[in-house]
Design a protein around this ligand. Structure first.
Ligand code: NAD
Length: 391
């Protein structure tokens, strides 16, 4: 089949298997170029198929030679529709890891469920004995809890309606967008889905099963961003969930003193999860321009590679007063934020191409789905039914 991108606002409903493989290959090449790190040897990645979780899996495997088990929620192709990008990424990752003799297996299922936790525990017991690192990198729209109740995550404010400039992704125009305030149920749902409860459940389950090594490290990812987006992010429903996630790191350390639990606050990047947040994509596009001009722009792989090399495994871990690792240090640098705010004030439909890196935004977007790689021949017929070796 010849696979073309089918974009609907912030989602692309097709993915290119060879392009996704190229995406994974480029990330591996970056990690190898950066050299080895004395990091994990056996790692579980929850949310391993795209974005920050995939970058974490690639870094652990190719910079630390770690055996990895990855958990994801992806769809294979049914022969007519392509698979989701995370499916193709994982197929490519496993094949490329195995080529180098690295253990890599994956579980495709709902990480929130007790069944998938049990499956992961069995796999660790049988194949690895224990894991010494767990990355928690889920971004999910909903979660069904043990009582069979399904909670939904909402991207709303908590302090009244918020109106700001926004990028209309359908036609690259600047519009004004109002985000409404969440009700109590929506706020509770977001905390249930994106807060730390499930991270704690994982840590309890892995500890009780004896599959976590002594002094195992676990890291969950968070975001803060600039004051401009506080109403929709940090002070919004998702920010409240992230606050719960951050508090959970402390709770894990208290309950399981043998676990080193950390929060890493990462940089704003285009991923399937973040593209869906209103107002934020315009900030991303301006941020990309400023950080590229200042030579500090990073993608997921650059962020996670730096997390491993400079923060997690370089001696004492540098943390802020709330005990968080700050990978958003370059994003929030005053010289970056001042320049972003200058552009933000001025940006409109006429000057958006000049004041923001809208092309870079879209380039990252297409790359996520395996499109727009100059060395992939998109006119060629490709087999969309790709198998993941371990599944
Ligand atoms: P993403 O959408 O690229 O990845 C989400 C991952 O979770 C995928 O592997 C997906 O398969 C998996 N997943 C979703 N629901 C699942 C389920 N029920 N069971 C199993 N797996 C499931 O998202 P991302 O942007 O990489 O986000 C990962 C984490 O990083 C999130 O906590 C997010 O808040 C955080 N973060 C993101 C940004 C950003 O700008 N993108 C910045 C800082 C922090």
């Amino acid at each position: 089949m010849i696979v073309e991108p089918k974009v609907r606002e912030f989602i692309c409903t097709t993915a290119h298997p060879e392009g996704c493989r190229e995406n994974v290959k480029r990330q591996i090449a970056y990690v190898k170029e950066k050299g080895q790190v004395c990091g994990p040897k056996k790692m579980l990645v929850i949310g391993a198929s795209t974005g920050y979780g995939l970058a974490s899996r690639i870094t652990a495997a190719f910079a630390c030679q770690a055996a990895t088990i990855g958990i994801m929620f992806e769809k294979p192709s049914n022969g007519k529709r392509t698979a989701t990008p995370g499916w193709y990424n994982t197929a490519a990752f496993e094949a490329l890891a195995q080529e180098e003799g690295l253990y890599a297996k994956s579980i495709n299922g709902d990480a929130f469920s007790a069944e998938v936790k049990q499956q992961a525990i069995e796999m660790i017991k049988e194949d690895l004995g224990q894991v010494d690192m767990v990355i928690y990198s889920l971004a999910a729209p909903r979660r069904t809890t043990a009582d069979n109740k399904t909670w939904s995550s909402t991207l709303k404010t908590t302090t009244g309606a918020f109106t700001e400039k926004s990028l209309d992704l359908r036609n690259n125009t600047i519009v004004t967008k109002t985000v409404e305030s969440a009700n109590d149920e929506e706020l509770e749902g977001t905390i249930k889905v994106m807060g730390g409860e499930d991270w704690m459940d994982w840590m309890d389950a892995l500890t009780n099963a004896g599959v976590l090594a002594e002094n195992a490290v676990t890291v969950a990812y968070s975001y803060i961003g600039p004051e401009l987006t506080y109403p929709i992010y940090t002070e919004g429903t998702i920010g409240q969930a992230k606050k719960h996630l951050t508090e959970t790191a402390g709770r894990i350390r208290e309950k399981h003193p043998g676990i080193q639990a950390y929060i890493s606050v990462n940089k704003a990047l285009v991923t399937q999860a973040s593209a869906a947040i209103p107002i934020v994509p315009l900030y991303f596009a301006i941020l990309y321009k400023v950080m590229k001009e200042q030579g500090t722009h990073e993608g997921c792989i650059e962020q996670i590679s730096r997390l491993f090399h400079d923060k997690l495994f370089a001696g004492e871990i540098p943390m802020d007063e709330q005990g968080r690792i700050r990978m958003d240090d370059w994003e929030l640098a005053p010289q970056v934020q001042d320049a972003v705010m200058d552009c933000w004030k001025e940006v409109d439909t006429e000057n958006v191409k000049k004041l923001s890196d809208i092309e870079g935004y879209w380039e990252d977007f297409y790359h996520m789905f395996g499109f727009h790689f100059d060395n992939v021949d998109y006119s060629r017929d490709v087999d969309i039914q790709v198998e993941i070796p371990s599944l």
